[in-house]
Design a protein around this ligand. Sequence first.
Ligand code: ADP
Ligand code: MG
Length: 513
Amino acid sequence: MLQSEERLRILVEGIDDALFVYDTAGRILDCNESACSWLGHTREELLALRIQDIDAPALAKGFEERLRRQFAHGRYSYEGLHVTKDGRRIPVHINTTVIDYQGDKAILAVVRDITDRKRAEDEKRELESRLRRAQKMEAIGQLVGGVAHDFNNILTAIMGNVELLRGHLSQELMGDDPRLIHLDQIEQASLRAASLTRQMLAFSRRQAVKREILNLNHILTEMEKMLRRLISKDILLELKLASDLALVHADAGQIEQVVMNLVVNARDAMPDGGRLTLETKNAPLGDSYVVRHSEACPGPLVLLTATDTGCGMSTETLERIFEPFFTTKPNHLGTGLGLATVYGIVKQMEGHIKVASELEHGTTFEIYLPAVDAEASRPSPDLPGDPSLIGSETVLVCEDEEAVRELAARFLQGAGYTVLTAETAVQAIKISAAHTTPIHLLVTDLILPDMNGKKLADTLHATNPHLKTLFVSGYTPDVIAYHGVSAAGADLLEKPFNRRGLLQRVRSALQMR
Ligand code: ADP
Ligand code: MG
């Protein structure tokens, strides 16, 4: 049988918590092995110290008061910060009890290391601040998206009226008449505005993906001026574009965003200047073989490479760069969303990304995108009187934006349709009820002042089961899904639309079963 004091000693030495016994002046009278190993002191050293000597200096001021309370309350607990012999700080939780120690009142303190808990709390705080930042970006995105949506309405009206005017004038005027040239210039300017609007929507990520057959070289050339403004003067931007580059099936706004995000990162990696090279070429067959096999999708690839001479990355960083919110940049400079977005876009296109980087030796991003067969994808020319564009049915157009409504009506009338127009859903319902011959198609804005377009369609459908519907929207899939319309269906036309776009969709909506 062990002596009770010895048993106690074994217990005390066996626990991970540090234990201290100290007197009314804080003088350490006893401690266990954990206390010594934590703090890096020998037992003798600790017994020569006072408990306040191992507190972080910032806590020293409140010591007297704390000690008084410990003795007054019997039991007391608080969080503190202890300093080890070599200067490290350990966040601790302390529980004290008043005990009788060799005939005198003393304090027994049980001290627990809470480094892990503190770290988890810090991480949580950091995560919350990133979330707040992401929410801020989201709010800005919504604002920009809203403005861009209104712009789309205005641009639809401008571009459409130019088209109508050209239709009238081209019958009377010669091709080199200056008035036609002015029209061309208005059209060019509106196209530029439409592409800016697309960038705003790309930023707000509310834009529907609009794939077309593209030459990456054209996009890079168009962006060049803007990219030069984006990077500082001591970074040399070089474009190496292959003249025989295959085309890709892609959304121009998304490609612009990919390029922009890579360029911004390269700029950030070269604060003291350097060289940034953007290169396009058809991927060598060997590469495409490997890549395509891993993606289970055969065929040639287009390769876009961004190479910088910047700070490069460690392997640890390299492993995490595509994670959303992963950033090595100080608080306000990085969102950690740039490469996550790039990754999302490239995957959506069934492409592939390779990165090579070495600390202090720069970085290369390689983006492989599936190439398309150019012949198969050439659009057919818009023939006048194209039978796929004309019709004689009755169409009800419901759109609150006057310019857009008028334009759609004129395009449709020009193609032979009978057109009724309404400004609100209520008006459309009235018109439909009063109309004696059948209405074949409802063309409606998805968002009307009094009701959403889907609800209007359902209401009209109840009394006219043969009615077809074509929705028109400047918003994008998530908003549309919210309004209960499938974005994948053939029943959605995006603004800004042109004559051909509208007439084609009207025809296919009428032919839907
Ligand atoms: P952010 O730029 O907001 O930090 P990104 O997702 O664009 O977020 O990039 C994530 C991280 O990847 C960056 O913080 C940086 O550490 C690293 N990184 C990305 N591109 C480069 C590059 N060209 N050179 C060096 N590091 C890079
Ligand atoms: Mg970035």
